[in-house]
Write a protein that binds this ligand. Structure first.
Ligand code: HEM
Length: 78
């Protein structure tokens, strides 16, 4: 993969999008800093991000949601 590669990876592109707070508030359902948890719950997470009701304090800008969606569509690689 090149530096400007278009394939998003969890460790590099997705995990840093989740704040400490997000992780702490959601750990009763899944760990947002854990690859397997986010991969396995990706559809539900995307729905909340698109609906704009998660995170509960502010919604993500559209381009950030698009990054998450693109990661999923790329096969949700680690
Ligand atoms: C990007 C960050 C976050 C994501 C992706 C996220 C995602 C989700 C998802 C998918 C659910 C449904 C869980 C289920 O029942 O299966 C949920 C529920 C919930 N989340 Fe988050 N969350 C995030 C941040 C937060 C934050 C910052 C809070 C702070 C209060 C929060 C509070 C809650 C609560 C109270 C529920 C249960 C009530 C409900 O379903 O609305 N979440 N979240």
């Amino acid at each position: 993969m090149s530096d400007t590669g278009t394939t998003a990876s969890f460790e590099r592109d997705i995990r840093p999008l989740f704040r400490d707070t997000d992780r702490e508030r959601m750990v009763w359902v899944f760990d947002l800093w854990r690859y397997e948890d986010v991969r396995d719950n990706a559809q539900g997470i995307l729905e909340r991000l698109e609906a704009g009701d998660m995170p509960c304090d502010e919604s993500w800008p559209p381009e950030r949601v698009a990054t998450f969606r693109a990661w999923m569509e790329g096969g949700a690689p680690p």
